[in-house]
Design a protein around this ligand. Structure first.
Ligand SMILES: O=C[C@H](O)COP(=O)(O)O
Length: 239
């Protein structure tokens, strides 16, 4: 099965640079005949309709569970609908730990976007102190992060992102990814991505981990050449 690669731009790229990125990526993927699913999550200000030849899907990094209303600073279904956006990231660790989203709110958001038929990339992952507390603590933490989440939803893609590996350059070892993915696979049979300092130098090893269906990439995805290189690795290793 083709791997799923997803690029999370976080608070990077403008409307103009996002368009240039997607055009360059599309040209590469189209020329190489790449058939895998590729997701791009630009910042909200760069959401748009992009006509692409390759299978590039645009998603929102975040939105409020509403059609529209009084939620200052947020966007809702009306704003996403303008650009035909039907994919959203929910539960990213930066929204949990920096923006303070609770599991109850995340579950509410998940249920609402599920109701709208969105593809949901749902992120879970433990902070360092939980990892250091041992395997049982990690398992309990991940189970708690699935509380209130329909893990059988057919348009769910899970992403395991250990917080200590995000943006730190410290990647989980293939053994640890395999072991943790096995725990998560017992909670859901949906595709499961790994995220946390994935880059061109390590993506082959990560995609080769049993139970790893792809990668959610932050930092190393922001440069289109780097993203193309990771997609080429995914494609080469499928053959
Ligand atoms: O959504 C992506 C993850 O937070 C990983 O970010 P990173 O590749 O910069 O570690």
């Amino acid at each position: 099965m083709s791997k799923i690669l997803a690029a999370n731009f976080k608070t990077n790229h403008t409307r103009a640079s996002t368009r240039a990125y997607i055009e360059a990526l599309d040209a590469h993927l189209d020329a190489s005949g790449y058939k895998g699913e590729t997701y791009i999550f630009p910042p909200a200000t760069a959401l748009d309709r992009f006509e692409t030849k390759a299978d590039i899907r645009i998603g929102a990094q975040n939105a409020y569970p509403t059609v529209k209303g009084s939620f200052t600073g947020e966007i809702g279904l009306e704003q996403l609908g303008e650009f035909g956006i039907g994919t959203i990231l929910v539960g990213h660790s930066e929204r949990r730990h920096i923006l303070g989203e609770s599991q109850a709110f995340i579950a509410q958001k998940y249920a609402w976007f599920k109701e709208q038929g969105f593809t949901i990339v749902y992120c879970i992952g433990e902070p360092l102190e939980v990892r250091e507390a041992g395997d049982d603590a990690v398992r309990r933490y991940l189970v708690d992060q699935c509380e209130g989440i329909d893990t059988a939803y057919e348009k769910l893609i899970l992403a395991y992102e250990p917080v200590w590996a995000i943006g730190t350059g410290r990647t989980a070892t293939p053994e640890l990814i395999e072991q943790t993915h096995a725990v998560i696979k017992r909670l859901s049979d949906r595709p499961l991505l790994y995220g946390g300092s994935v880059k061109p130098q390590n993506i082959a090893d990560i995609l080769a981990v049993p139970g790893c269906d792809g990668a959610l990439i932050g930092t190393a995805s922001w440069d289109v050449e780097s993203m193309v290189s990771m997609l080429e690795t995914a494609m080469r290793d499928e053959k």
